[in-house]
Design a binder for this molecule. Sequence first.
Ligand code: PLP
Length: 284
Amino acid sequence: MIVYLNGSFPPKDEATISPDDRGFLFGDGIYEVLHVYDGHVFRTESHWRRLRSGLEKIRLAGCEHLDWSSICNELVRQNKLDQGEATIYLQITRGPAPRKHAFPVNPTPTIYGFAAPYSSLTAKRLSGYRAVTIPDERWLRCDIKSISLLGNVLANQAAADAGVDESILIRDGRATEGSHSTFAAVFDGVIWTAPLGNLILPSITREVVAEICRAREWPVREEFIEEGKLIHADELMVWSTTTEVMPVVELNGKPIGNGQPGPVAGRLHEEYARVIEQEKGVLV
Ligand code: PLP
């Protein structure tokens, strides 16, 4: 595998990062995950907007000159990923420095990226995800796509321990998001999803779904869903760059609706797939 590291494209086993790196020592950095369809990197401008905003939020300068799309396209090309699906992971940290909490004086960011083949979840979408609810014990800046993911890791492990696919996080009696996905529910034909703010990640998939709903005039309510209401939803689903639109058919061992993937999730995914197809022809 060829990776990207600080301006070069070395083989992965030749890419080395200092043990003093603040990403390693403090989790001081942010990341992005992008989906590649037949060589087309999906929704790059939205990802770059969130990446730039994340760098500003963590006050990390020094990446303004980088052409993120070129890095991604080169990763796709060098790893021969121009057919089928792949994902790209990009991480920017505050770089190596003696271990002190406050920022180093002149940080040199570490920028790392890799691309890997991805198996689409088409079969899984037919059966749907099973999920559990667990307390949202993460910090209060979930709008930052921080590499400090311990809260998300523990939440996802709780799902793995329960033998299910995803955990739905509950803060103050209301659903925020999944361990690594946006969460949504359908009540009487209306799609409910948590409002943007510090308690959820501004998801790119959520943005695409919102565009689809606006264009089709499908009603959306950006409001937190109370935990007690979840089991009475007509449908539940999670959204993310990798999983796209995924129905959730069971919560805490109980079926949602008739326990089968619902029609709203199905239609949303059809439209989402259409957007992917449309944009494939467009240059990034
Ligand atoms: N929320 C969290 C906590 C996530 O980790 C992710 C994706 O990794 C999402 C939401 C979905 O974001 P996106 O649609 O940008 O992939």
